[in-house]
Design a protein around this ligand. Sequence first.
Ligand code: NCD
Length: 309
Amino acid sequence: MLNKKDLLSIEDLSKKEIISIIKNADNFYKNKKISIKERVLNNRTQINLFFENSTRTQVSFEIAGTLLGASVVNFPLSNSSQSKGETLIDLAATLNSMNPDILVIRHPNSGSVQLISEKVTCPVVNAGDGNHEHPTQALLDLLTIQKRVGRTDNLKIAICGDISHSRVARSNIFCHKKLGNKITLIGPKTLIPRNIDKLGVDISYNMADGLRDVDVVMVLRLQKERMDGGYFSSEREYFHLYGLDDRKMKYAKPKAIIMHPGPMNRGIEIDGNLADNLDKSVITMQVEAGLAVRMSVLELLLKNKNENV
Ligand code: NCD
C-alpha cells in the first residue's frame, strides 16, 4: 500500500511505506513474468518527461511501464515548445489536458517536479530533481542491499565523494535514517555541504577513517555538470585521496559491498577493476533492482489512484 498521489521524495515516505515498496518490488524481482490480467497499466498512458540526459533511469522506467501494460510516450524535449520559452506551469497544463495516467519527470531544478505535480491530476514520479532527491534510486539501492547483505537494518553505510551535488546521497540519507542505519559521509570539505550533519550523519574527510567496518560503500560520481568552480586540485589527486580501490576497501568489513548509481567515471571515483569485481561490486544488480522498484512504484501509485476515483 502506498497512500499517496505522487512519489516525490524519500523524505515524504514513512518507514512502513519504504518497506512495502521494497516488498512489492521483490516480487517483481523474483517473478520476471507477470500475467496480462495483473498488468495494472493495461490501456494506460505513461509519459516520460526527461529535461536532463539519462540512460538507465529513463530506459528502466520505460521498460517498467511497458511490462505493466502501459503505452509509454517519451516526450521529445529538444524539439518541444520548452525550447520556445513555454513555462513549466503551462507545460503541466498542456500535459494534463492530454489525460496521462502517470507522469515520470526528471528536471535539473530542485522542486520543479513537485511544482508540476501540483498542477496535474495524475500521479507523478520524481526521477531526479536537481540536487534535491532521486527517490527510486535510493529504493533500488535498498532492494539491492536487502538481496546482497540480507537485511535492511543494523547497517553501517558510507557514502563517498561528491555529496554536495548529489540527489542520490540525499535520498539515501533520508532512507537510511528512517531505517535506523548509521551513515558516514566521506569526501573533501569542498564537496560536503555545511550543516548536513543536522540530518544525523557522521562526516569524515578521510577514507581510512570513514570506511572503517562499514557493510556498504556507496560511491558517487563527480558531478561536473553541476560544478561552477574548482572543488579539488586534479582528478589524479582526487582518485588518490577519495577514489575507491582495493587498498581503501580493506578498511571496510571483509564482506562489504560496493555500489554506484552510474554512470561511473573509472579511475576517478572508483578503480575500474574493483567496479568489475562481482564478489564485491553490485553495480549491475542495482540496475536490475531498478526495474523491479520502478514497476513496484508505478503499480502502487496506480492502484492508489484507482481506489480513489
Ligand atoms: C544519478 C542521477 O542522475 O542522479 N544517476 C542515475 O540516476 N542513474 C547519479 C549521477 O548522475 O551521477
